[in-house]
Design a protein around this ligand. Structure first.
Ligand code: HXC
Length: 260
């Protein structure tokens, strides 16, 4: 499928999606949103695809934010009536049950940081920089920065970053729990693809359930979350892949997954 602002390619069971407006530091305009919605829907509906990686083209940026030039002349009523930014979460987070990884190769600022945080986890290059500089534009995060960043790194750092607009480098981001891992810049996409391939080789229903369980920790009380976890675990024990996985372990061989 042809996209205007991104590329998408299949590497075995992994879909690699690349934001591709390097001349604008991959700023997120409305065409990027349409292209990403289409690419994520294609990934989600293709039974052969099990995990995705999202990265940015060029050496400098994952995404330097929502496109300021597109937003500059928009009226408040337009943002409100369009429920601007709502579709990022509804399509890329809520409608995407399969796991996906953000491979952050440079600046992830404003909407770029927020997009990375929509992923199930982030792997970053040592050149990555994260920030929520919206305050300097007279606004504030609009795609989840005040909520997902606070849950990831805690109030002190999130508040400091939102109020000052300062950037966090990859080392601090790893130390603060924002990202899973820092890797050398040149091997970022390979490392992310390798991790995605590991996930893609897992029993697919179990992958979806594991993702749902961890995400539930952000939505539920501990008691509700523990019950949710047990019930989902109990449901998974009814799958053919559970029988196969346990038999394969006992017989010292690799499991052959049916996906049911
Ligand atoms: C549109 C952008 C952009 C953005 C960069 N560009 N970021 N265009 N929207 N968010 C464009 C520049 O205008 C420039 O185009 C080209 O990309 C290269 O950028 P430079 O600024 O020349 O690069 P550099 O000097 O290396 O500085 C890099 C940078 C800086 C520090 C990342 O570009 C920057 O501060 N960008 C804005 C970051 C930001 O504020 N993000 C939050 C956006 S608001 P030309 O054509 O001039 O060469 C947001 C949510 C807001 O995300 C919610 C409001 C409702």
């Amino acid at each position: 499928m042809g996209y205007e602002t991104i590329t998408a390619e299949q590497r075995g069971a992994v879909t690699l999606i690349t934001l591709n407006r390097p001349q604008a530091l991959n700023a997120l305009n409305s065409q990027v949103l349409e292209d990403l919605i289409a690419a994520f829907a294609a990934f989600e509906s293709d039974d052969g695809q099990r995990c995705a990686v999202l990265t940015g083209a060029g050496d400098k940026a994952f995404a330097a934010g929502a496109d300021i030039k597109e937003m500059a002349d928009k009226a408040a009523a337009d943002f409100f009536l369009e429920d601007f930014f709502a579709r990022w979460t509804s399509h890329l987070v809520k409608a995407t049950r399969k796991p996906w990884i953000a491979a952050v190769n440079g600046f992830a600022l404003g909407g770029g940081c927020e997009l990375a945080m929509m992923a199930d986890f982030i792997i970053a290059s040592e050149k990555a920089k994260f920030g929520q500089p919206e305050i300097k534009l007279g606004v504030a995060p609009g795609m989840g920065g005040s909520q997902r960043l606070t849950r990831a790194v805690g109030k002190a750092k999130a508040m400091e970053m939102c109020l000052t607009g300062r950037m966090m480098d990859a080392e601090e981001a790893e130390r603060s729990g924002l990202i899973a891992r820092v890797v050398p810049h040149d091997s970022l996409v390979d490392e992310a693809l390798k991790t995605a391939a590991t996930i893609a080789a897992m029993p697919p229903m179990a992958a979806i359930v594991n993702k749902e369980m961890v995400n539930a920790a952000y939505e539920m009380t501990l008691d509700q979350g523990l019950l949710h976890e047990r019930r989902l675990f109990q449901i998974l024990t009814a799958t053919e892949d559970k029988a196969e996985g346990m038999a394969a372990f006992i017989e010292k061989r690799e499991g052959q997954w049916k996906g049911r």
